[in-house]
Design a protein around this ligand. Sequence first.
Ligand code: HH2
Length: 259
Amino acid sequence: MGILNVTPDSFSDGGEAFNRSAAIEKGLALFEEGADIVDIGGESTRPGAEPVEVEEELTRVIPVVEAVAKAGPVSVDTRRAEVMAAAIRAGASIVNDVTALTGDGRALEVVAATSASVVLMHMQGEPQTMQVAPRYADVAAEVRDWLAARVATCRAAGIAPARIAIDPGIGFGKTFDHNLELLRRLDLLRGPGHPVVLGVSRKGFIGHLTGVAAPRQRFAGSVAAGLWAAGRGVHILRVHDVAETRQALAVWRAIAHTM
Ligand code: HH2
């Protein structure tokens, strides 16, 4: 899953594709690099980010979804039911929601009424405050149980199990230690039987580990974490550097599958 942020302030690539035609071009390039899905978002969810108005989010995202979805599968990274509905009408086939359809009272019914798939991500708290004091007794078990409960709610609302994927939400209301513990125990997430999505690309824990302050320079650390995750059964990696990740996965897969 290649990341396309149509935002001025994303932590990792802020402003790079804020212009509409640049965003469309980048989305198409991600498919050419080998992305199976392009994930399009119009609101930054980095720690401390300010929410954007729904009209602004629609203006940023919908024309880009419409153009990029002609070239391949598109997911829309949003917490707003109105944006989900409009993006699905514009051609998105997946809703990627960092609030797991809890952030908007209408999100569950909007997704259930369509044939779109959904990525349910775990987050403790809200982006504005989530890194203030994240707390868990057992982070991996709690994240797994919370996601299993969200899956049950989605299924009860009429979303077929085959349409649901789960994501532990690395960096969303988690300390450095919580992130590492979640990555170490990724196998726990295979319990509920849904595809696992993971976003580690350029994230803060890599900077914390390596001292690399600039997110764009965290590529090697991102690939290391991605390969670790692939080895633990993660199905979908949400990444900025698609071609390089593809290359790393091809090598890993050839070795791992011939052992
Ligand atoms: N991480 C980000 C945004 N959306 N969605 C899923 N499913 N999993 C993630 O880990 C995830 C996500 C944050 O990364 P990015 O989009 O690069 O930055 P920003 O939130 O600043 O737009």
